[in-house]
Design a protein around this ligand. Sequence first.
Ligand SMILES: NCCCNCCCCCC(O)(O)C(F)(F)F
Ligand SMILES: [Zn+2]
Length: 343
Amino acid sequence: MLTIYSDAHHLHHGCELKDGVLMPCFEQPGRADTILARVRATGLGPVAAPGEYDSVRYARVHSPRYVRFLERAWDEWTAIGRSHDALPLIWPVRDLRGDIEPEFIDGKLGFYAMDAGVAITAGTWKAARASANVALTGMDALLAGEGSAFALCRPPGHHAAAEYMGGYCYLNNAAIAAQSCLDGGAGKVALLDVDYHHGNGGQSIFYQRDDVMFLSLHGDPKYSYPYFSGHRDETGAGAGLGFNHNYPLPHGTGWPAYGEALDHACGQIAAYAPDALVVSLGVDTFKDDPISQFRLESEDFLRLGARIAKLDLPTLFVMEGGYMVDDIGINAVNVLTGFQAGG
Ligand SMILES: NCCCNCCCCCC(O)(O)C(F)(F)F
Ligand SMILES: [Zn+2]
């Protein structure tokens, strides 16, 4: 399987406000380095660098003013004499105005963020667009006839929506790739999110559309981040009604229950009969993940890949989360080798 990877991810590692404490972000460079090492150690296949894409490609799923914000935020932050990481400090919640973009950077940071898990540093924009370019390059490989590809994206993307960043995500790599597949001639694409955390960004972007079916298995938002999306009753709206499927699962979920939900989701995808499948691949469902509460074993990731292979679709795997760095390479690549064996 072809892997797409960019060293540019090393330009990005900010802080995060986690559980009331400012600390180095859990989403750290060592994650992608460990996965890349495992890709090479297992001989998964060739590793290629991403191509260059115009930022108009990101604006196919994000608003132009949000993309402009990401591009300019660090300069606006440093222009007022600040040199530490940029973080939001106020958000337009409840009846506060969310329709007028503030002109001052402190206002913009909250206007375009859902939480304080998205520090902006000097290298964030370069790293985020390289990550989106990794996903676009992987999708171009599928459009050119590859049966599958692995977009080793960092930073991740599935919490980013049309006009907001959040949960370590800036550009929604998987959504950008799904849209690129449609722009490249596909009629329908399925986006399956297996990260522990609900992919609120992908859900939001495609919620009113029937040309992308969004499905997510995740920790129940009643007690898992992102808390405010991912319930079963979120089934789409307008033309998209019935094309959004959430599988909230309880703390402690292991393979039997997880595999059952995955089977049901794959049944929905098979019935939808898309031209291609994009998988938001988070492996924070691992039993030893430090910030998540499922109980998958490393061997279960082989089963996960094999089940997805049975759909027999051109498949792009897009890296999302996973924080037990010692095992992230084994777990992520197990999905890919399980897919190759199961196909
Ligand atoms: N006490 C819980 C703190 C939760 N902090 C934020 C968790 C973000 C998860 C990000 C992710 O894993 O979903 C992604 F794939 F986007 F990276
Ligand atoms: Zn996650």
